[in-house]
Ligand binder design. Structure first.
Ligand code: ZN
Length: 326
């Protein structure tokens, strides 16, 4: 019974910790997609990086502070509480767990809270987000290797279980540090591009009355894109998706036309061509449940100049990798 209560209290403590991150993130305008419970602390998925070191610092620090304050609060509560020993023990136990959770998250292993605090400080001092992220990520990797070293030592000399656990945490820290650095570079490079630059080359427009077998042969296979704009009487009316074409049986493809399965422009989220790539990616991620593309309009009118799909971001990123960064 007490074990069960303790278990739920710890789960609740982790949730509270993550909830505080999410509340501050949301108040600072960063969308939080979901809170995922992870075995040794939660992981709130924030879809974009903070826009300033000050914001990053606040979002990162609030979690550990919550846990540590809650922990000390519970421990203090145990002193004034009733004489019933199990309750006192449990308050102390959950209190210590919370303090431990807070302290563990403060380890400066980016992208954990402590690493984000470290990055925000470096970022503010050097005024360079990328170099701050690089340093924070290296420190994170270092802690990953330290944990793995301890794990190896424990496995060899003390016992398998706790050692494997440390190895696992170390590996997790190490991988996450590297991935987060890569992600930060991508986001930063994307923020230097405009949407119309990411859209890529001009892709042809399919006429409304084009039959599907012609569309497949002359457009989808030839230009290797998953979407095309569809026009009727010189006006763009929508977008045709590869996915929808695939669902049409072979025997119907010579009679059905592109217009039959075109998604109307009004149903597709749209952005302006001069929006920066990073914001565009955030828009696409946010609308992903509804649509896998965004229609791009001219900045000073509602004329459609194209669309942007997830693959465009990948292409833009690999172009950046091959040119300016290395
Ligand atoms: Zn945290």
């Amino acid at each position: 019974m007490f074990g069960l209560i303790a278990g739920f209290s710890i789960l609740g403590s982790i949730l509270l910790h993550e909830l505080m991150h999410s509340i501050v993130a949301q108040r600072k305008g960063l969308p939080v997609l979901e809170i995922e419970l992870f075995i040794f602390g939660g992981v709130s998925k924030i879809t974009d990086e903070p826009k300033s070191p000050r914001i990053e610092f606040k979002i990162a620090i609030v979690g550990p502070i919550t846990s540590i304050l809650l922990g000390f609060g519970l421990i203090e509560l145990s002193f004034i509480n009733i004489s019933y020993a199990p309750v006192i023990l449990m308050l102390i136990y959950i209190g210590i767990m919370n303090v431990g959770l807070g302290l563990f998250n403060l380890v400066p292993a980016f992208p954990m809270d402590g690493g984000r605090v470290l990055r925000s400080i470096l970022w503010k001092r050097k005024k360079n987000m990328i170099s701050a992220t690089r340093t924070a990520s290296r420190v994170g990797s270092f802690f990953g290797y330290v944990f793995m070293g301890i794990g190896l030592f424990q496995t060899l000399f003390l016992g398998i279980f706790s050692g494997l656990w440390m190895l696992f945490i170390g590996n997790f820290l190490n991988t996450n540090a590297k991935n987060s650095y890569i992600q930060a570079i991508y986001l930063e490079s994307l923020s230097n591009l405009k949407t119309y630059e990411i859209m890529g080359g001009i892709s042809p427009i399919i006429q409304y009355n084009t039959t599907l077998d012609v569309a497949i042969r002359e457009y989808f296979m030839r230009f290797r894109r998953n979407h095309f704009l569809v026009a009727l009487n010189d006006r763009i009316v929508g977008v045709i998706h590869m996915e929808r074409v695939k669902n049409i049986p072979f025997e119907n493809r010579s009679t059905m036309v592109a217009g039959d399965i075109t998604e109307k422009i009004a149903d597709i989220p749209s952005i302006k061509g001069d929006m920066n790539g990073r914001d565009a990616l955030a828009q696409l991620t946010n609308s992903q449940k509804k649509s896998d593309i965004l229609v791009v309009m001219e900045e000073d009118s509602s004329d459609i100049i194209g669309f942007i799909e997830a693959e465009d971001f990948q292409r833009a990123i690999s172009l950046i990798q091959n040119s300016t960064l290395r």
